[in-house]
Each structure stands twice: as C-alpha cells, then as structure tokens.
Design a protein around this ligand. Structure first.
Ligand code: PMP
Length: 506
C-alpha cells in the first residue's frame, strides 16, 4: 500500500497513516469489504513500529471505517458508500466519512431506522416494531377535533408558539397527571416532539463526556443512542420479571459514581417487566441516599393490563428527584410527535434552552389537538378501550408460543406494553434465527442492541401490537419451526451458525 510519511511533519506518524488510509477509503481506492495489510507487513513496509500501525487501525475503527475480526484481519466496513452518488459521474465521491463526528459512530444507527423501514413492507409479518395498531387510532374523533381547531384556533394552530409548550396544553396535561397522583404546574413541564426528543434534550442537559449513566439491562435503544451521542458510559443493572434488580443497583452505587438512573418501571421496553412495589420504594430510597436523579420513562405506563393502576415513581417522589417522561405515541398515535418532561423548574428551564436550539417548539397544531383529547375524559375513554385489545393480542401470542412448545424457549407473561421478551434455547442466536425467518416473511427484534455493553444474543423481542390473530399465530409458528429446525441441524450436523450468517438489520 502506498503511504508517504513525512518524518518532519508535526502530525504524528500513526495519524498520517490513518489519514491516508481514510482518503483511500473515501475515494474508493479501498472499497468496502477490502482487507487492509496486516499490521506486521505494513509496519515492515513503512519502516515503523508495529504499535504505530495498531494505533492507526484503532483510530480507523473508532471512526467507523474499518472492522477488525480475530483471524480475518482488518477490513473496510461494508456499510460505507463506495459508489459515486451520480452513477454517470467520473468524479470520485466526496470524502464525507472522515468529517462525521465520532459520536455518530457510537450509535446503533441501523437498528431503529431499520425497524421503521421494515414497517413499510406489506408482505412481512413484523414483530420488530413496537408501534401501536393503527386500528386503535381515534380517526373520526381526530377528524372532528382537527376541524374544530382550524375553525376556532387556526391562528395559534398555524403559528410559532412557546418553547416550553402551549399554556393550554401544559394546563390540560397537568390536570391529567394530577389524576395519576402527580402534582405539577405548567412551569414544571417542557413539551417535546416525542419522548425521544425528551431523552436527547435531557442527555444534552445533564451528561458531560465520560459521565456514567445507570441503565437497565436490557434497555430502550433510543435512550442508549441519545446518551451515547452525549458520550456517556453505561453502568448496566440487570432486570428480571419484577423489574430492575435494585439489590444489584445498591451494590454498584457503593462502588461507582453515576450522573442519573434511567428506568422504565412500568411495562419496560424490551423486557416487558414491571418494577414491583418494594423495589419502587427501594429505588427511590437509593436515589435519595446517593443524591441521584431518576429519569422515569413512562412511555408504556398507559398500557398496564393489571387490575390496579401502578403508581409512577414520580407520584411516589417527595424530594423532586424524579424527572418524568411521558409520550402520546402509545396513548394515541406516534405521528402526533408529542412527549413531555415533567420535573423541577430549574431543570425545565435548562432543558428549554436546548429545546430552543433543536426545533424552537413542538408542533402547535398537535398540541391544540391533544389538548382537546384531554378534555371531557376523551383520552381516558380511549385508553380504557385499547388496553383490553392489546391484552387480547398478548394472549394470542402467548397461546401460540405455548402451543408450539419449543424445548428450552423461555418467556414470561408481561403485565403491560406491546412486547414479549423471550430467551432462545442455547445455542441458537437471535441474529441467525432472524436471517432464516426473514426469508420466510417474519421479522422480530434481536435482543443484542438493547444491551448497552454487548451480550444478549440469545434474546428476542416480539411485538404483538400490529398484526391480526391469524398473522400472530402464523408468524409465531414460523419462528418456532425455525428454532426447532436449527436445534435439530445443530445436533445432526454440528453446524456453527455464527460462521455462516453475518446479518445486520436493514
Ligand atoms: N421511550 C421508550 C421506552 C420507547 O419505547 C419509545 C419509542 N417506542 C420512546 C421513548 C420514544 O417514543 P416517542 O418519541 O414516539 O414518544
């Protein structure tokens, strides 16, 4: 490989090597998938120490340009664009890759976009995405209310509005939250464009590069990505069917410092567990003892199927340490793009500054529409209507799993949310299974991206929200049949699946 080193240049040698390889990758001279020379041979060729090449390759890996595989050397990542944008152009493509900031490489970028992409295919049975069932969207009511908004409030609906959220919306939200046992005034609320934006804004408000954040393991990918962008490290606490293991949290807090605790205590995504009452109190006690804020993501709190409503951590908090995140997405429909942060005024003011930079304010039209849905108990009635529907879908999926009776396949009965979290019989891996079921028209979410620091390959998340009775049963049948086939093949032929499939979600 031709690399010209300038020994008198102030740029360190390893950076000169990294920069020149980067240019070769960007202009297509080193295409996707091509193998870089071994560290030893390049070191010999350039007359430098091997550790210099190791460092250059590490930099390229951190840039997301190359991947090192034990026994297969270092290769240019296959996800890089290698063709010019205009196929009729002779110009080499502009070298974007090295301009992208490093945080963007730290995210599981393909995963969320991939799930949303999968939705658009009509031919798939998709258990991948946890979006609500469109049949539950209150279409007629919204049609009517949109007309009302446009007839009577069209000026405010179509105008810019306050960064913190429209007063009428914040007031209506506070009344709604009061019925849930939380006492907030409009100054405690920041209305956001979905609770995904709440997570991003909170991350940018609270996290300094290198800070540790306590997260559940597994946890929501969108939160991990938001925290990664702010350069957080993760202290994962395992969950079981009763939610976060607060006994383990206590042990960790004795030894490690953290910035805050991120948790989904009700109908957790993806593990579908709900934190039991004792652990709720224990968690709040620990947060107080160690002076740690709790970020409570209650995206699925409205979809709890138990006989009694579960009190949110925010409703149990007496010291203002809980920051409460809510969302309209599972309650009504995700296209509204409404979420909220409820917390102490000081924090809300700081978050509002970031929000202003991000998008000035959340859609005025959506806020006015939702404010109307809050009125006259419309939203409560809607929620009372959709809970039994999802519970029924959950039962259909549970029955299908039970009927298939795959040896070693484990799950628990979720008491809320849109997912079943299952553990595959060893040694079947979710990515290998997905590669096979996808060819048969069924997809699901493999567990690994939900694990902050790696692992989780044997787990799958199955969303039951979007499909009909027949489709759920058929889809589960296909998945279970494939698991059984894989188990049989493993026994018969001693096949190592990890060596033949290299699947990334698209
Ligand atoms: N938090 C959790 C736990 C989620 O599962 C999701 C999306 N499914 C979000 C936040 C973001 O939701 P939205 O931006 O649509 O409110």
């Amino acid at each position: 490989m031709i690399i010209n080193l300038e020994r008198n240049d102030r740029t360190p040698i390893y950076m000169q090597i990294r920069n020149q390889i980067m240019i070769k990758i960007s202009n297509g001279n080193l295409p996707s998938g091509s193998r870089l020379p071994s560290e030893r041979s390049l070191a010999l060729e350039l007359g430098v120490n091997r550790s210099t090449i190791v460092r250059a390759y590490e930099e390229l890996a951190a840039d997301g340009l190359v991947e090192a595989h034990v026994g297969r050397g270092t290769r240019v990542c296959t996800s890089l664009p290698s063709e010019p944008i205009n196929e009729h152009s002779d110009e080499p493509p502009f070298a974007w890759q090295h301009l992208l900031n490093r945080s963007s490489h730290r995210m599981q970028d393909g995963t969320l976009a991939g799930i949303l992409g999968m939705l658009s295919s009509d031919n798939l049975i998709s258990f991948a995405s946890g979006v609500p069932d469109p049949e539950t969207y209150p279409l007629e009511e919204c049609r009517l209310l949109c007309e009302q908004v446009l007839n009577t409030e069209w000026k405010s609906a179509l105008d810019y509005s306050e960064t913190n959220g429209m007063p009428v919306f914040r007031q209506a939200l506070c009344s709604f939250l009061k019925d849930e046992g939380c006492s907030y005034s409009p100054e405690n609320i920041l209305v956001c464009s979905g609770s995904q934006q709440c997570l991003d804004i909170l991350a940018r408000t609270l996290i300094e590069p290198g800070d540790s954040v306590i997260v559940e393991e597994p946890t929501y990918i969108g939160a991990l990505n938001a925290f990664r962008l702010s350069r957080a490290r993760f202290l994962p606490i395992p969950v079981d069917r009763e939610g976060m293991r607060t006994d383990i949290l206590e042990q960790i807090l004795k030894r490690q410092q953290a910035k805050f605790i991120y948790t989904m205590p009700t109908a957790q995504n993806p593990a579908a567990c709900t934190l039991n009452p004792e652990r709720r109190l224990h968690l709040i006690k620990l947060a107080r003892q160690y002076h740690l804020p709790i970020v409570e993501d209650d995206a699925y709190g409205c979809l709890h199927y138990g006989p009694e409503p579960v009190p949110s951590l925010a409703s149990l908090d007496r010291s203002g340490q809980v920051v409460y995140l809510g969302s309209a997405s599972k309650m009504i429909f995700p296209g509204l793009r409404i979420g909220w942060i409820a917390g102490p005024e000081q924090l809300i003011k700081a978050c509002a500054l970031i929000k202003q930079v991000t998008d000035l304010h959340t859609s005025s039209f959506s806020q006015l529409l939702m404010a109307k849905l809050f009125q006259k108990k419309r939203l409560r009635d809607h929620l009372d209507g959709i809970r039994p529907l999802y519970k029924k879908k959950r039962d259909i999926m549970l029955n299908a799993l039970t009927r298939c009776a795959v040896p070693g396949l484990k799950w628990h009965v979720p008491d809320g949310g849109l997912y079943i979290w299952a553990e595959l019989p060893s040694p079947v891996k979710a990515a290998d299974l997905l590669a096979r079921t996808r060819r048969k028209g069924v997809v699901f979410m493999p567990g690994a991206p939900f694990f902050p620091n790696g692992g989780g390959e044997q787990f799958v998340r199955l969303a039951f929200s979007r499909h009909s009775h027949t489709e759920i049963t058929r889809g589960i049948g296909i998945i279970c049949a494939e698991i059984e086939l894989m188990l049989a093949e493993l026994v018969e032929h001693n096949i190592d699946y990890s060596s033949i499939s290299n699947l990334h979600l698209v």
